[in-house]
Design a protein around this ligand. Structure first.
Ligand SMILES: Nc1ncnc2c1ncn2[C@@H]1O[C@H](COP(=O)(O)OP(=O)(O)OP(=O)(O)O)[C@@H](O)[C@H]1O
Ligand SMILES: [Mg+2]
Length: 277
């Protein structure tokens, strides 16, 4: 996908803004409707209370799409320190972090390693580990419910200088499971010792996801309510993407990918509730 970092006149304010600008050609190409879906996915994160950059979705008379987001690594044109989770974690353990994603059937790198590094005051990755842990867990849960199988270690960053670093705003939240080259990986990163292969939901997925929340500093009941809230927020996803202009085949494919994940997570939240009652 062509994209570029450029200063542009922001349509709403008429002011020059440093932006990341992505382009999508009209028509049913490999990434059909991806920018409409990415724009929608940003909205989902925003409604969930997560930080997102300001954005604008534009199109020309031929239906070519442009999605611009304001750069969060610039303040008044000056750079703010920014490092991907991959870069940050690789400093801690070069051997484990050979790739920013977990290969099929492997268990490293994983989200437990992310939580340990993020929550530890020794790494200095977050000036507010409680808030950033909760934020990271919400992003992971949402990724499953919006068919984003691409939340790898370069799609989240640490932003800000020493003593002030925080998790970056959300970026690149597109439902990439729709566009895999012959695959539709449930996740780019493993957790709970689970081994993932393409769209297969491994045994214990829901329970392990709830458990992952505790490693990001949440009480078990809070981790469960994050999952319940995310389920509720994404319940009408297919209607929403249709309304946003996604083609019928895209809406159908989205529903087929999202459905089994929803069922699994609903069952896990219920199971846990009964177990805890
Ligand atoms: N709003 C933003 N402000 C600053 N940097 C950003 C912003 N959005 C994305 N980036 C940076 O630009 C990179 C590419 O953007 P993005 O991840 O959205 O595109 P992509 O199409 O997935 O590209 P890639 O395959 O390189 O990940 C990101 O990995 C991130 O470092
Ligand atoms: Mg990316």
């Amino acid at each position: 996908m062509p994209k570029l970092l450029h200063r542009m006149v922001w349509p709403e304010t008429g002011q020059p803004v440093d932006a990341l600008i992505k382009f999508e050609k009209a028509g049913p190409g490999k990434y059909q409707d991806i920018l409409v879906l990415e724009d929608w996915a940003y909205g989902v994160h925003e409604r969930f209370g997560l930080p997102v950059p300001a954005r604008v979705l534009l199109h020309d008379d031929y239906g070519n799409q442009i999605l611009a987001t304001t750069r969060f690594d610039r303040i008044e044109g000056r750079p703010v320190p920014c490092e991907s989770l991959y870069g940050a974690l690789k400093i801690l353990n070069r051997k484990i972090f050979e790739t920013p994603f977990t290969d099929a059937f492997k268990t490293e790198p994983n989200f437990l390693q992310v939580s340990q590094a993020l929550m530890s005051p020794r790494t200095g990755m977050s000036a507010d580990p409680g808030a950033d842990g909760a934020s990271m867990f919400s992003r992971i849960v949402l990724s499953f419910l919006i068919c984003n199988g691409d939340l790898h270690l370069k799609n989240t960053s640490i932003l800000g200088g020493r003593g002030q670093a925080r998790l970056s705003p959300v970026y690149d939240p597109a439902p990439m499971r729709l566009y895999g080259s012959g695959d539709d990986n449930l996740t780019a990163i493993s957790f709970g010792g689970l081994r993932f292969f393409r769209s297969k939901i491994p045994e214990g997925f829901g329970a392990k996801l709830a458990e992952l929340g505790t490693h990001f500093g949440l009480r078990p009941s809070r981790a469960k309510s994050v999952i319940s809230d995310a389920l509720e927020l994404t319940a009408r996803a297919t209607e929403e993407i249709a309304m946003a202009g996604a083609a019928e085949n895209i809406v159908l494919a989205f529903g087929q990918l999202q459905g089994p994940v929803r069922e699994e997570l609903k069952a896990a939240v219920l199971r846990n509730t009964h177990a805890g009652a």
